[in-house]
Design a protein around this ligand. Structure first.
Ligand code: 13P
Ligand code: SF4
Length: 302
């Protein structure tokens, strides 16, 4: 009898499937994936892979982005209950109303938004390319950044660019408080402190670097430092430890865990490959309108 790894591998070949996983997935899921990355890297991978079936291990907005960029593929969102609460903090009708009231404002949507919300905005960004996206907007234009007020504020402070901010936030990163970060610093005085730009501005100001998950992974590979405090969802430590066996990694306590990313398990991947369900289904109009701001983002060099 085949074990779960054997069955996943044989169903993958049978269906011409590619498994994509986010850096926050549990280690067992990352280890069976063909590609593990941050939101930007996963979007690029979905756009270029040409696979008949994309098995997506991440939260819903990421799987929707994969479907929008690869509309001819069957995109399986292996755990349909894995959503992103921040993405649900922006509502399509409220964005449309903002647009009606502020027709000259450029609407920049973090990729952590629903496909429906993306139909209402001018350009998307991820934490991996947000600086370049904001820099591409003419200086005389007003900007609304949505839905993550922390990321928007951090960008605004770094780039010296005024922006209106939607009042959304990531519940996981919002709980990484300055006093917790200072306690981690005191416990590991030699360590470099890396945080995600979804953290509070007071936390970003304490950090050595604020980087996307992909940016953190590149940074620790290249750094001469041996110890790192990681201020983001702790699933990322799996890859960090695997790729840097001699280096030491610490989380901020209490350990930041995204309950939605943690829902995704190997059994979900197996179920999805056996049944070719659950699929991301979006109507053609939503996909073609949501594709515009995503493609504008992907056209920007970062
Ligand atoms: P990254 O694009 O940096 O992987 O971040 C995605 C995310 O949801 C962070 O909470
Ligand atoms: Fe959403 Fe936060 Fe989870 Fe990222 S960590 S998927 S922003 S809830």
């Amino acid at each position: 009898m085949m074990d779960i790894y054997g069955e996943i591998s044989s169903l993958k070949s049978e269906h011409g499937a590619l498994i994509l996983a986010h850096n926050y997935c549990v280690g067992a899921v990352q280890d069976i994936a063909d590609f593990v990355g941050d939101s930007l890297e996963l979007s690029r991978s979905a756009a270029s892979c040409g696979a008949a079936v994309i098995v997506f291990c991440g939260v819903r907005f990421m799987a929707e982005t994969a479907k929008i960029l690869s509309p001819d593929s069957i995109v399986l969102h292996v755990n349909e209950f894995a959503g992103c609460p921040m993405a649900d903090m922006a509502d399509v009708s409220a964005i449309a109303e903002y647009r009606r009231l502020h027709p000259e404002t450029v609407l920049v949507a973090y990729v952590n938004t629903t496909a429906a919300c993306k139909t209402q905005v001018d350009i998307c960004c991820t934490s991996g390319n947000a600086e370049q996206v904001i820099a591409s907007i003419p200086a005389d234009k007003e900007i609304l950044f949505l839905p993550d007020a922390n990321l928007g504020r951090n960008l605004s402070e770094k780039l010296g660019r005024k922006m209106s901010l939607w009042p959304g936030y990531c519940p996981v990163h919002n709980r990484i408080l300055p006093e917790l970060v200072l306690a981690a610093r005191a416990a590991h005085p030699e360590a470099e402190l890396l945080v995600h730009p979804e953290c509070l501005s007071a936390v970003v100001q304490l950090a050595d670097h604020a980087l996307s998950t992909g940016g953190m992974l590149r940074h620790v590979r290249q750094s001469e430092k041996q110890e790192f405090i990681i201020g983001t969802e702790s699933g990322i430590l799996h890859r960090m430890r695997k790729e840097n066996p001699g280096k030491r990694f610490y989380t901020v306590a209490p350990e930041p865990l995204c309950p939605n990313m943690k829902k995704i398990c190997l059994e979900d991947v197996l179920y999805a490959l056996r049944n070719l369900e659950p699929r991301i289904e979006l109507d053609a109009d939503t996909m073609s309108r949501a594709r515009i701001p995503i493609e504008r983002m992907l056209a920007i060099k970062s």
